[in-house]
Design a protein around this ligand. Structure first.
Ligand code: PEP
Length: 255
C-alpha cells in the first residue's frame, strides 16, 4: 500500500503574515487521520521558516516543501537558493519541473534531472512535475510525451531512489483553469507513468513510487480522482490557499 500524498503548491501567493495565518488555520484542523497521509505545504521560499515555526510549535503532522531549488550547493547564481539553504530552514520536499517553471523560466528536462539527483543525494523528496499542453493532448501524443519527461527527469537514478520520488501528473490545460482531467483521463496517464517506471526500474520501484494528479483538484472532484488505482493523491494549487478546502482534501485522501 502506498501512503497517499496531499501537497499544496502556494505558488507566489501569501505574504509572511498571511502564510502564518493560513498554516495556523490548517494546523488547528488536523486530527489523527492525518497520520495516514503525507501532507505537505509549499510556501514561497521567504516564508518557509515562518511556516516551519508554526508547525514545530503545534507539532503538526505536516511537512514543508520548496517550490524550486538550484542543483548546485553554492556559488554565483544570483536569485537562486540551494538545497542546504532550504533544508536548513525546514524543507524536506521540493517541487521540480512545474509547468510554470518550464514555460516561463526555461526549466528543461536536463535541469529537472540535475535537481532530482541533488535532492535525492541530500535525502529530500522531489515532487517531479510532468504534463502535456493542450496542443499535445489534442494531437493524441500525450502518453508518449509524458513518458519521455518521466524518463528524462529520473535518468541515472537507482531503482531504490526512484521508488522514493513523487511524480505529479499535471496536464497544463487543467492547471488553474477550473478544467479538471476526468478521472479516466488522469488514470490513463498516471498508469502510463507507472508503466514507464516499471520498464526502466522494475516492478518494485513502480509499485512504490507515488504518482499524484494535479490540475484544478478540489474537494468536489478529489474523491473520484484519488479513487483511481494509479493516483496516490494530489498536487493542489488554488484549493491549497483555503484552509478548509485543503483540509477537506486531506480528509478525502485519508479515507
Ligand atoms: C499546480 O499549479 O500545481 C496546480 C495543480 O494548480 P491548480 O490546482 O490551481 O490547478
Amino acid at each position: 500500500m502506498r501512503k497517499p500524498v496531499i501537497a499544496g503548491n502556494w505558488k507566489m501567493n501569501k505574504t509572511w503574515a498571511q502564510s502564518v495565518l493560513l498554516v495556523q488555520s490548517i494546523s488547528n484542523r488536523t486530527d489523527d487521520s492525518w497520520e495516514s497521509v503525507d501532507v505537505v505545504v509549499c510556501p514561497a521560499l521567504c516564508n518557509i521558516k515562518a511556516v516551519q515555526s508554526v508547525f514545530d510549535f503545534d507539532r503538526a503532522p505536516i511537512a514543508i516543501g520548496a517550490q524550486n531549488v538550484h542543483w548546485e550547493a553554492e556559488g554565483a547564481y544570483t536569485g537562486e537558493a540551494s538545497i542546504p539553504m532550504i533544508k536548513e530552514i525546514g524543507a524536506t520536499y521540493c517541487i521540480v519541473g512545474h509547468s510554470e517553471r518550464r514555460e516561463m523560466f526555461g526549466e528543461t528536462d536536463s535541469m529537472v534531472n540535475k535537481k532530482v539527483h541533488a535532492l535525492i543525494q541530500a535525502g529530500m523528496t522531489p515532487i517531479m512535475c510532468v504534463g502535456e499542453s493542450l496542443s499535445i493532448r489534442d494531437e493524441g501524443t500525450y502518453v508518449d510525451y509524458v513518458s519521455k519527461q518521466v524518463s528524462a527527469g529520473l535518468a541515472g537514478l537507482d531503482a531504490s531512489h526512484v521508488a522514493s520520488c513523487i511524480i505529479a501528473y499535471e496536464p497544463i490545460w487543467a492547471i488553474g483553469t477550473g478544467r479538471t482531467a476526468t478521472p479516466e483521463q488522469a488514470q490513463e496517464v498516471c498508469s502510463a507513468i507507472r508503466a514507464q517506471v516499471a520498464a526502466e526500474y522494475g516492478d518494485q520501484a513502480a509499485q512504490s513510487v507515488r504518482v499524484l494528479y494535479g490540475g484544478s483538484m478540489k474537494p468536489a472532484n478529489a474523491e473520484e480522482l484519488i479513487g483511481q488505482p494509479d493516483i496516490d493523491g494530489g498536487l493542489i494549487g488554488g484549493a491549497s490557499l483555503e484552509a478548509e478546502d485543503f483540509c477537506d482534501l486531506v480528509k478525502v485522501a485519508a479515507r
